[in-house]
Design a protein around this ligand. Structure first.
Ligand SMILES: O=C(O)c1ccccc1N[C@@H]1O[C@H](COP(=O)(O)O)[C@@H](O)[C@H]1O
Length: 212
């Protein structure tokens, strides 16, 4: 927790980066299990480092996983699964994910068009939702849709609302202040190259949250 804000550092690929995230105060460490991601961590690699990792909650980041993959991730010790999916995914599929791990072990990261809110029928299926405030303006990506994020938080306080997507040390303070977020997720904004975190950027990100 940094200045009242919970933080997840995602796209961790090594013990060194996990320790750096831990040192700056990350509450959650995210590991990308999607083989197509440049931040992909094969399960064998995860197995090799898991006992040495800092004592923080570990999140399995997956893209439209099969039931068996999802079940396996929780079985090997991930606290939660974060599922990325297209907004056109049928409700029955989301219900299946939720039944497989239980809603309290699930965060949903839907790719939503700017005008679309999280549908009401998804809310009981997951504990948390990752929303990207910048997707409201794909062209400039310099100002986010803070009202959309704030509206979700205020209207559905029983869910966890996680501000995620293109956060950096430069925009984190403004993003939190304008959206009212109490939980942020950062990955590429604290990297030197895909999958490699940078200590100075992690520290700058934490500083931005402290000084906002
Ligand atoms: O990082 C990826 O390659 C990735 C691939 C597929 C699905 C999600 C992915 N990243 C996750 O997206 C959020 C935001 O990341 P960023 O801060 O915009 O880089 C984070 O949870 C990443 O793990």
């Amino acid at each position: 927790m940094i200045n009242g804000i919970q933080v997840k550092v995602c796209g961790i690929t090594s013990l060194i980066d996990a320790e750096a995230a831990d040192r700056v105060g990350a509450d959650f460490l995210g590991f990308d299990l999607n083989p197509k991601s440049p931040r992909h961590v094969p399960l064998e690699v995860y197995h090799n480092i898991v006992t040495h990792l800092p004592y923080r909650k570990k999140i399995a980041v997956m893209t439209e996983p099969r039931k068996e993959e999802l079940r396996h991730a929780l079985a090997i010790g991930f606290s939660l699964a974060q599922i990325h999916f297209n907004h056109t995914t049928p409700l029955e599929q989301i219900e299946k994910w939720s039944r497989t791990v239980g809603a309290r072990h699930l965060w949903l990261a839907p790719e939503l068009p700017p005008e679309m809110d999280v549908p009401g029928e998804w809310l009981s299926l997951a504990d948390g939702f990752l929303l990207d405030p910048f997707c409201a303006d794909e062209n400039t990506r310099d100002s986010g849709d803070w009202r959309k994020f704030a509206r979700h938080r205020e209207t559905h306080p029983d869910n966890l609302w996680i501000l995620s997507g293109d956060l950096t040390p430069d925009n984190a303070g403004e993003a939190v202040n304008k959206s009212g977020a109490r939980f942020v997720d950062v990955s590429s904004g604290v990297e030197i190259s895909p999958g490699v975190k940078n200590t100075a950027k992690l520290e700058a990100f934490a500083r931005a949250l402290r000084q906002r």
